[in-house]
Write a protein that binds this ligand. Sequence first.
Ligand SMILES: Cc1cc2nc3c(=O)[nH]c(=O)nc-3n(C[C@H](O)[C@H](O)[C@H](O)COP(=O)(O)OP(=O)(O)OC[C@H]3O[C@@H](n4cnc5c(N)ncnc54)[C@H](O)[C@@H]3O)c2cc1C
Length: 512
Amino acid sequence: MINAQILVVGGGPVGMTLAALLAKRGIDVRVVEADAGYCEGSRATCVSRRSLEIMGWADAVQAMMDKSLPWSDGRSFYRDQQVLHFQMPADPTQRFAPMVNIQQYYVEEYAHKALISKASESSVLWNTRLQSLAQSDSGAIATVVAADGREQTIHADWVVACDGGKSTVREQLGLRLEGMQYDGRYVIVDIKQKTKRPTERLAWFDPPSNPGSTILMHRQPDDVWRIDYQLQDGEDPDEAIKPENVLPRVQSHLSMIGENEPWEVIWIAIYNAKCLTLPSYRTGRVFFAGDAAHLVPIFGVRGLNSGFDDAGNLAWKLALVVQGKAEDKLLDSYSTERVHATHENLRYGAKSTEFMSPPHHGFSLMRQAALRLSTVDKDVSSLINPRQSLPIEYVGSPLNLTEAAGMPAPEAILGKASTSTTHLSQCFGDAFTLLQLADLDADAIKPHPLVRVLVIKKSDALQVYERYADKGACVLIRPDGYICASWKIARQVNLDMALRSMGITMGAQDAS
Ligand SMILES: Cc1cc2nc3c(=O)[nH]c(=O)nc-3n(C[C@H](O)[C@H](O)[C@H](O)COP(=O)(O)OP(=O)(O)OC[C@H]3O[C@@H](n4cnc5c(N)ncnc54)[C@H](O)[C@@H]3O)c2cc1C
């Protein structure tokens, strides 16, 4: 029998990142992964700035930055005419670009390396599949089977299901995803071809190369292009993914856009968009994260990015409860907040899907009208701007203690913008951050083992001051970078009450 404080089922990008975040906090975490190694082929491609921050808290971001391709622009074309050029806000003082492109297997590798740099190599049981799971009041018993048929039992105080869209944990607990899926299908093709194009998000609607279709292109590292194209109504998906049917379409498109270097196919798959979620991400001692909890359309890149947010939200709460520093009730807020975020992501994802892959004739007509108009009216082109993944505000969270609470904490440079390279988001991940704007009315706050106090003077860190002063003299930010309280006047009593009402039991007196 193996004993672990936390069992993570599934070592995909979400499971590995969550495990690395927990191990960094000294938690004994065990991952079981059915496969022998990292995923193969083309899956998530675009990783958002927010996800990079979360990987940073797990110490996995440098490798990501070294390998990935940053981007902030996108272009859409209707037939052979460019109808939209969008630029995501890219403040040069930000730590990361709004988005980077990278293959999912690299994300898994870097998160895994971060995990084993903190825990022992044996914290991942590769080639090992969860077979059954039973819960009790004090934990869960999992039966896992290795590829050679060897069975083992794992007793864990808590379990997190990160075992993807076909989750065995979900099935074992008799839970079902709720929602709908779209019929429209996209062929996903990865090819290897050298290019000199900048990294941008590229979309063609009804292009001369493939009339009636929609084509998306994303450049990835290692000279790989990810190409997604929409199948027409009535096309047989099994036939459509045969190389003899895929290659001519890709060639026609590459020729149209003037990419003439030799190329080879490295992966072909098929995808249809789903809008599905569990109604709750907690069942007793089991939590759900990533695709095991929700399946979000890939248009708008909220699939993997929302899974990172699940990991960032759950890691600090679970660690505090496991370490006896917070009450169980803190954990319920994980489900409340992340189910709300999924509903928002599904709302945006559904809008993007209805444009990218119109579910019926009415939507096709609307899309055609918007595209036609966008060739003559620039204002209309905003209608075809894809909504890229952004952190969701936690409206209605039980952890929102004052009015400005629930919003992601704005990034800012700590120090003088001209010389400093340290960002506020680098302080998040492990502790609460109390920003105390020293030029405003403020008490001296006592040291607390779970709170990092940053006293900011306007003359030293103007950007922090500009972005936070309207919120009050004192802003309390959660370890996952969300504002949970702010006060016009900083008082010790406010901080103590805020921590207590979130369920934090560790007090200033517990400082060692
Ligand atoms: C073809 C395709 C293209 C995609 N393209 C995009 C995209 O462009 N952008 C985007 O944001 N998202 C995309 N996605 C979605 C994205 O890949 C997922 O959102 C992401 O992989 C979710 O990560 P995860 O860790 O939750 O789940 P997964 O990556 O599915 O990982 C789950 C892990 O659990 C393991 N596992 C499963 N069952 C068990 C078991 N019983 N015991 C032990 N281990 C188990 C699996 O082997 C796997 O490693 C795509 C998905 C697919 C399939």
